[in-house]
Design a protein around this ligand. Structure first.
Ligand code: ZN
Length: 45
């Protein structure tokens, strides 16, 4: 399963693995940092 969100820098639709939920990921297109939305899987700890 993956998370879809929009990069704040280039407005591209961005997709990362759900394991990156709530973490910073690097945008493939603008090389900027985008934070993946927290989808609430952190309860697993
Ligand atoms: Zn971007």
């Amino acid at each position: 399963m993956s998370i879809s969100f929009q990069c704040p820098a280039c407005q591209k639709q961005y997709r990362v693995d759900e394991s990156l939920s709530g973490q910073q990921a690097r945008c493939t297109w603008s090389a900027g940092r985008a934070q993946a939305p927290d989808i609430g899987i952190s309860g697993m700890r």
